[in-house]
Design a protein around this ligand. Structure first.
Ligand code: GLU
Length: 509
């Protein structure tokens, strides 16, 4: 690649960043890092009517949580700033003027009411070569009148003059050449005098040019805008960036684009972080608050629309950076398989280092009334480590490992019914005697001694061991029994068996 790779993620702060936007940011980031290039975060806030307070902060926080690093941006600074479009008015004004001076754009005075009337009168009305001379603009009106209107402060817009009947080709790295006829395009508004701001199209391409963006990597929903952008580059005489339009994220059933409503309907987040809508007061769930690990979300998103060309699924950020390529991006939309997202989280939790898991577990313990200071870090880590292969979310640790922190006071009814026989209390008393002389730190030796006792007396293995488990755990499930007792220690184990003998009551048959 001859040109330095510079990419940008260019969200509009109109609400929380959608998970599809996060994937766009991720692919930009992977590509930039792979090529030793720069990742720009540009805030596209030229549509003041759609501005939502808190959205920009949300975008920053989400990218930071996910580890999508930004090299240049509002917070990071950089040599191509300002990185917020509302602070670049002077720049856009210059380029609007350039297009006007070169006859590539014109001024239009049509009011919203006039446009509305036109639309009512002419079926499928489009402001273009076939209609523009019948409208009120600098092409149809005498020059003095145009000047007079502007001097009088008449509200106006600047429209792009699109030549009809030309083939416009968008060169796209995923889709190949996409050709459309310019006659289907309307003379897009590039600038509005009312707020002295450009529209998305002008600001977007001026900034991509000035910021020396090499690759425009964005969602497929922007493909329809690309021919217009190609024509704008041509009008300015600028070299186009390389376009890359990423496949859409589809609903889980593949029927249509993934929306916020699908998340509500099917019960999964479509936003990276929880979002509190300042207007409606509604809260939308986020991956972070739902208990996802950022690395699991990254891995999950990376594979929605791209594959490494082999059957690998678990990939770290470093591997993704190394192996990402547009050749392996799909043209068709990617189904949002939420269950797969859970699976990724499970895999990452299961392979997580116990000490890190313990840190994530501590707040949950506290929430559940456990005094974390009563337990050593090693103890918490060992407890979490023993159940980590059974959880999808960090919060599942509580259900699976609570008995390490609080002795059972109730016992699962179904298990009692099945395992607590008439002779069980006596067997448990014997078990206590077997356990008393043993060294619990050696789980294997403890197990051997207990097995020997059971076999030597021809006791029923399942009943004895499950009754034992019932007294210690409160139910007949959990990790390996002698690893549990090793961690709990002898005193606690024996105390729990005693308590079980005293408290477990066999239901009347
Ligand atoms: N501001 C647009 C958005 O919100 C940017 C589209 C683009 O990347 O060109 O996604």
């Amino acid at each position: 690649m001859d040109k330095k790779v510079r990419v940008r993620f260019a969200p509009s702060p109109t609400g929380p960043l959608h998970i599809g936007g996060v994937r766009t940011a991720l692919y930009n980031y992977l590509f930039a890092r792979q090529h030793g290039g720069s990742m720009i975060l540009r805030i596209e806030d030229t549509d003041s009517t759609r501005f939502v307070p808190g959205a920009e902060e949300y975008i920053n926080e989400a990218l930071q949580w996910l580890g999508i690093g930004i090299d240049e941006g509002v917070r990071e600074g950089g040599e191509y700033g300002p990185y917020k479009q509302s602070e670049r008015r002077d720049i856009y004004r210059r380029y609007v003027k350039q297009l006007l001076d070169n006859g590539k754009a014109y001024i239009a005075f049509d009011t919203p009411e006039e446009l509305e009337a036109k639309r009512a009168e002419v079926k499928n009305f489009q402001y273009d070569a076939s209609t523009r001379m019948g409208m009120r603009n600098s092409l149809s009106l005498p020059a003095e009148e145009v000047k007079a209107l502007i001097d009088a402060g008449e509200k106006h817009v600047v429209r792009f003059l699109i030549e009809p009947n030309r083939d416009v080709v968008v060169h796209d790295l995923i889709r190949g050449d996409v050709t459309i006829n310019s006659s289907i395009l309307d003379d897009k508004v590039l600038y509005k005098s009312a707020d002295d701001l450009p529209t998305y199209h002008l600001a977007n391409i001026v900034d991509d040019h000035l910021m020396e963006v090499s690759h425009v990597i964005r969602g497929e929903e922007w493909l329809p805008s690309a021919p217009l952008h190609v024509l704008l580059y041509e009008a300015f005489g600028w070299e186009e960036p390389q376009f890359v339009h990423l496949p859409l994220l589809l609903k889980p059933d593949g029927k249509g684009k993934l929306s916020k409503r699908d998340g509500d309907r099917l019960g999964f987040p479509v936003f990276p972080l929880e979002w509190h809508d300042p207007k409606s007061g509604d809260t939308s769930s986020g991956y972070r608050e739902a208990g996802y690990l950022p690395e699991a979300v990254i891995n999950f998103l990376a594979l929605l629309g791209w594959n490494p060309g082999d059957d690998r699924e678990i990939m770290s950020m470093d591997e993704l950076i190394r192996d990402f390529s547009f050749e392996h991006c799909s043209k068709s939309g990617a189904k949002f398989d939420f269950e797969k997202g859970k699976w990724f989280n499970h895999e990452y939790l299961m392979n997580m280092d116990n000490d890190r898991l313990a840190e994530l577990f501590k707040p949950i313990l506290t929430e559940n009334g456990v005094n974390v200071a009563d337990f050593s870090d090693e103890y918490i880590a060992a407890a979490a480590g023993m159940v980590k292969n059974r959880i999808n979310f960090v919060r599942d640790l509580w259900d699976n490992a609570r008995f390490f922190f609080v002795a059972p006071t109730t016992y699962a009814e179904k298990d009692v019914k099945k395992r607590w026989k008439e002779e069980t209390p006596q067997l448990m008393r014997e078990l206590i005697e077997v356990l008393k002389p043993l060294n619990f730190d050696d789980a294997v030796a403890t197990e051997e001694a207990v097995m020997e006792w059971i076999k030597g007396n021809e006791y029923h293995m399942g009943n004895v061991m499950n009754a034992f488990r019932l007294t210690v755990v409160g139910e007949c499930k959990g990790p390996h029994m002698f690893e549990i007792t090793q961690l709990l220690g002898k005193d606690e184990t024996l105390a729990r068996i005693e308590r079980g003998i005293a408290n477990i009551i066999r239901p009347e048959a």
